[in-house]
Design a protein around this ligand. Structure first.
Ligand SMILES: [Zn+2]
Length: 576
């Protein structure tokens, strides 16, 4: 392909709309353009890179035995009522009505559609196991779309769904997808880390996220400094040393704390460290009030709390509910005397001589012994893990890092198959629910994550497997006959060898061409100029290398082929 025959829309200026480096570079290198918030057009270069990511994903899904299908993005809302997710997905889901006033959704995911299909098409154990996948456009009504393709309203996902006769068989399907993910991310040139994750609105028993560790990541990942334990902060656990039952705690004492409401303010006013305070937060779980307690130096982990309560919905209670259940203005809630269910963090077991709100305006209680003074429903792990906490697996210390989630694998169990009556007949003719798993990859997000992980000050450094073009062939003197002939011949040789090449045939200064080549990030830059040719060589340079190599025109193809093969082999070294 010739530069002058395609659209290479590189930008000199820093785009104002972009906050993170990968978003800036996708715009500057001419890969994408913004249509509106969270909506992007893929320009020719961007689409080429995207198609390469898709091809790798497709090859690895096929290799793992998954069957490709294509399901509609537009879905009848009744399907979502059947799985009870029309409410739990809430305002994240685009909903619309057709001309017959029938409620429809634009699918954010496809568990409902695929399980409906399987309930109709699969009936016998002989048809199982089966895994289906698709690469398709998804929609999410993001509250704040940002970071380019990272958090968009419309994006491309690979979603796969496995169906098995038993939980053990489902584990094998899960493992096959997990291994396929490791391999396909490596082939895309991404370094990923699998971490334990929360199952969220999807449901199910366990899951892993594949994270690209990067400062710009939106997910906080908790890692052990000693062992391989890693988990999304929503899921992360810590080792809690439960205190012995306290001896004699003095009787509770109500003290005046005029207009002193926050943990910091109470701590300063009463001269008590935050760890000796109890934070009481009133929530509505499935619309019923509950109180959650953590130590004053910790935060409540809402996904964990939601799981501990087995609630479908969880939100902070509005002020009027807080006043109603505590008999006090917001800021003075405490567990003593509360008549709603109380869930306390595990670390508060046997907590004594604590300070809490007094459920009265401008007052707190001293010397609270939770066991003695409050009617705690249960002690559960409901707090956010902090850096420095103890690892749940070893005696190491936990630390916090940032990551970009590019893939997610779930064991779903029978949540959806039961809702859609997707059963199979076993060998004795008995109907059993099919056991399910689901597996997502944000394909458009993968593309941006590659750039986030692989760039320098001059631009993108594409892995050879996913670059828009593997080779940028720079013609430094397009009007020179010898240069033009050499470029044309090498271009033809490369294309015949199946190596994609973009020829910079513009009538531009060399400096402009070098800058653009670095910005776009061709894995290999090949330079043909009149001066070099006169000395009998052309220059070949890897984007990631400092030094160039020089080859006579007759050997250029072989050198390029060898270099590309080495780069490809490096991507999959050590993979399953
Ligand atoms: Zn550990």
């Amino acid at each position: 392909m010739r530069w002058t025959k395609t659209l290479v829309a590189t930008l000199r200026e820093e785009p104002q709309e972009a906050e993170i480096i990968s978003h800036k570079l996708l715009l500057r290198a001419g890969l994408i353009r913004r249509l509106a918030g969270g909506l992007y057009t893929f320009l020719p270069l961007g689409l080429r890179a995207l198609r390469k990511v898709e091809a790798i994903v497709r090859e690895e899904m096929d290799r793992a035995g998954a069957l490709e299908v294509l399901m509609p993005a537009l879905q009848p809302a009744e399907l979502w009522e059947q799985s009870d997710r029309l409410t739990t997905m809430g305002p994240n889901m685009f909903k619309l009505k057709d001309r017959h006033d029938r409620l429809m959704t634009l699918g954010p995911t496809h568990e409902e559609v695929i399980t409906d299909l399987v309930s109709r098409e699969i009936s016998s154990y002989r048809q199982l196991p089966a895994t289906f996948y698709q690469i398709q456009t998804k929609f999410r009504d993001e509250i704040r779309p940002r970071f380019g393709l990272m958090r968009a309203k419309e994006f491309i996902m690979k979603d796969a769904y496995s169906f098995d006769v038993s939980s053990e068989a489902a584990d094998a399907s899960y493992k096959a997808m997990y291994d396929a993910y490791k391999r396909l991310f490596a082939r895309c040139g991404l370094r990923t880390k699998p971490v334990e994750a929360d199952t969220g609105d999807i449901g199910g028993s366990s899951s892993h996220e594949f994270m690209v560790m990067a400062e710009a990541g939106e997910d906080a990942v908790i890692e052990c400094s000693k062992c391989s334990y890693a988990a999304n902060v929503e899921r992360a656990e810590r080792r809690v040393t439960v205190a012995q039952p306290a001896g004699d705690t003095p009787a509770t004492l109500k003290v005046d704390t005029p207009d002193v409401r926050t943990i910091a303010a109470v701590s300063a006013f009463l001269k008590v460290p935050p760890a000796k305070l109890i934070k009481t937060v009133i929530y509505l779980a499935d619309n019923k009030p509950v109180a959650a307690l953590v130590a004053g130096d910790r935060e409540i982990n809402e996904p964990k709390l939601k799981r501990a309560l087995d609630a479908k919905t969880l939100e902070i209670a509005p002020d009027n509910i807080v006043t109603e259940v505590t008999d006090a203005p917001v800021g003075f809630a405490g567990p003593v005397g509360l008549s709603i269910p109380i869930y306390a963090d595990l670390s508060l077991t046997n907590a004594a001589d604590m300070v809490t709100g007094a459920n009265a305006a401008d007052a707190h209680l001293l010397h609270v012994d939770l066991t003695r003074d409050a009617n705690v429903t249960a002690y559960r792990d409901i707090s956010v893990v902090n850096a420095g906490d103890a690892c749940p697996r070893c005696n190491g210390e936990l630390c916090v890092a940032r990551g970009i989630e590019v893939g997610h694998v779930f064991k779903l169990g029978t949540k959806y198959t039961e809702a859609f009556e997707a059963t199979y007949q076993d060998e004795s003719g008995k109907a059993e629910p099919i056991v399910m798993g689901c597996y997502g990859i944000g394909v458009t997000r993968v593309l941006q994550a590659i750039v986030e992980q692989s760039h320098d000050n001059n631009g993108v450094i594409w892995p050879v497997s996913t670059a828009p073009y593997a080779v940028g062939l720079l013609s430094l003197d397009p009007s020179d006959t010898a240069v033009a002939a050499t470029v044309t011949e090498l271009e033809a040789q490369l294309e015949a060898a199946g190596i994609d090449v973009l020829v910079d045939d513009r009538d531009e200064r060399p400096g402009v061409k070098f800058k653009d080549a670095d910005l776009i990030g061709f894995p290999l830059r090949v330079v043909v100029g009149a001066k070099g040719l006169a000395k009998g060589f052309i220059e070949i340079k890897q984007r990631s290398a400092v030094e160039s190599v020089f080859a006579p025109p007759a050997e250029a193809l072989e050198t390029i082929q060898k270099t590309i093969n080495t780069m490809l082999a490096e991507l999959t070294a050590g993979q399953p």
